[in-house]
Design a protein around this ligand. Sequence first.
Ligand code: ADP
Length: 269
Amino acid sequence: MMHEPATHPLLSPPAKLVVSGVSKTFHTNRTTVHALDNVSLTVGEGEFVCLVGPSGCGKSTLLDIVAGLTKADSGTVMADDQPVQGPGRHRLVMFQESALFPWLTVLGNVLFGLKLKPELSPSERLEIAHEHLKLVGLTKFTHSNVHELSGGMKQRVALARSLAPDPRVLLMDEPLAALDALTRDQLYSDIQRIWQTRNKTIVLVTHNVREAVCLGDRVVLLSPHPGRIRAEFAIPLPRPRDINGAELAGYAREITSALKGYITSEDAE
Ligand code: ADP
């Protein structure tokens, strides 16, 4: 059960997420994979943190543990000063494949997300759903069927569906990886605009260093076998950021070369 955090008006807001000493090992019939080893990470209120690393370094596992979808073997995750013991409506995850309901319209999918807020009246839900479809630029497609939409539009619906219940933390697992480059570029702008207007705390997983630099206040680098946090980079560039910008490319180069230092050729994709 989720509890509302105890806040005091004179205290600064608590860190949204505190991951302390989290380890996770997966055992299968044939192998044992040490997916995360003693990982600690703090994410502040309204911060946009990107987790970067090659495939298999434990990024998704870490996100799933923060979401409460996977249990850590050891260590703790605190969200708003409360231990994470399972999924909660204040930590919603958006995945690479949008996982929309094909039998519902665009509006129906966003309304479905609002079931997480039973305290709202039907008219309030409708108003919030419309507001979020406007936010992601899909007003014209409100009554469209999901299968009529492009991949980018589906991810926009997924974004609206995740944001509509107003979670305190949005967790994004490679949300743009399946999209073509032009669609991705547009979504980089949209995500920045939405993050700035909504001031959400976001943790985004990606293997794309430029994407991480474009979106994040901070880029956290993981390396595999076992999955460990190796370095963190603050990205103080002004927003909105252009994915093709020269300064951004400079940070991306620096982070990529650090990453190469942490992985062996066997680990690289
Ligand atoms: P990333 O997101 O960085 O690509 P993952 O967190 O998906 O990495 O996986 C980390 C490691 O844990 C990988 O070697 C992967 O094969 C393994 N792993 C992840 N989930 C499972 C699972 N449910 N069962 C067995 N191994 C898993």
